[in-house]
Ligand binder design. Structure first.
Ligand code: C2E
Ligand code: CA
Ligand code: CA
Ligand code: CA
Length: 267
């Protein structure tokens, strides 16, 4: 039981108590990871369909003890300012990775970072990122920010300002998880992204026989708005071939590669 402001007892069911305890434990793990360098990044290649070469890597966050997946800990980080701290850790690690690749003589391609709607409260994030890149003499277009359309809900003006900050700094933008949530086509006409990522759930439904024309039309729609399309969660050759046939620009998925460690990248 816990005391509320009005001094009444609120009783939690055993299930709720267990959930609360787990949330508290995860918060503790995340706080510790922030303080003790407990995170690392994996990198999943994005493939240019025309050349079949890697043209970008998406940074995916992991805990060093691998106790929890991002699907488990990101939503809890998003409940507090932890997400802002973590967002900056991710940006710092991504830039450090670009520096390591450069030192190893690897031709640099951009790294895409996931950007939580919670990070909209991190007003200086774009400046922070730009300064980090400048400090290491890295081009700003080596970082791309993936955001989901949920950032626009109730936040139109703030989000627009945020996008302007990124674009003014020379940082690229991509719309993530298209095909989930509201997926307003209206958004597509005014958000300043040059890349749209179709969610895996889309692939699973629309790359079945007889339903391919739907994907083809989405790709055509994106192209008519001068945007590139990347499809994520591509696992099978048949899916890849259908996408290639439909003029899809880029793909990402286990068919080409699972997320890998930065030091596994070589080219
Ligand atoms: P997301 O941004 O949609 O990332 C794609 C997820 O799909 C990744 O899961 C990736 O490992 C997985 N994936 C890639 N290819 C395939 C495939 O062919 N098949 C299947 N079944 N899965 C595939 P992951 O790494 O577990 O990340 C889950 C989510 O956690 C991400 O979804 C993203 O929303 C969030 N996330 C991860 N890292 C970060 C981060 O640094 N910051 C923020 N804010 N969110 C992050
Ligand atoms: Ca993403
Ligand atoms: Ca995604
Ligand atoms: Ca997703």
């Amino acid at each position: 039981a816990k005391q509320t402001g009005k001094n009444k007892d609120v009783y939690y069911s055993p299930e709720m108590r267990t959930a609360l305890r787990q949330t508290q434990e995860i918060k503790h793990i995340l706080h510790t990871a922030c303080e003790e360098d407990g995170f690392y990044l994996l990198f999943q290649p994005q493939i240019d369909v025309a050349t079949e070469k890697v043209y970008c890597y998406e940074a995916l966050l992991r805990l060093k003890n691998d106790a929890l997946s991002p699907a488990q800990f990101i939503p809890i980080a998003e409940e507090s300012e932890l997400m802002i701290t973590i967002g900056r850790i991710v940006a710092t690690k991504a830039v450090e990775q670009l520096v390591s690749w450069r030192e190893a003589g690897i031709a640099l391609v951009p790294i895409a970072l996931n950007f939580s709607p919670k990070q909209i409260n991190d007003k200086d994030y774009a400046t922070f990122l730009k300064q980090l890149l400048d400090k290491h003499h890295l081009q700003a277009n080596l970082i791309e920010i993936e955001f989901t359309e949920s950032i626009l809900i109730n936040n139109d003006e703030e989000a627009t300002k945020l996008f302007q900050n990124f674009l003014a700094a020379g940082i690229q933008l991509a719309l993530d998880d298209f095909g989930t949530g509201y997926s307003s086509i209206r958004y597509l006409t005014f958000i300043p992204v040059n890349k749209i990522k179709l969610d895996k759930s889309f692939v699973d439904i629309f790359l079945q026989d007889g339903k391919e024309s739907f994907i083809e039309n989405i790709i055509r729609l994106a192209h008519s708005l001068n945007k590139k399309i990347i499809v994520e969660g591509v696992e099978e050759e048949a899916q890849y071939l259908k996408l290639k046939h439909s003029n899809c620009d880029y793909i990402q998925g286990y068919y080409f590669s699972k997320p890998i460690r930065g030091d596994q990248v070589q080219h």
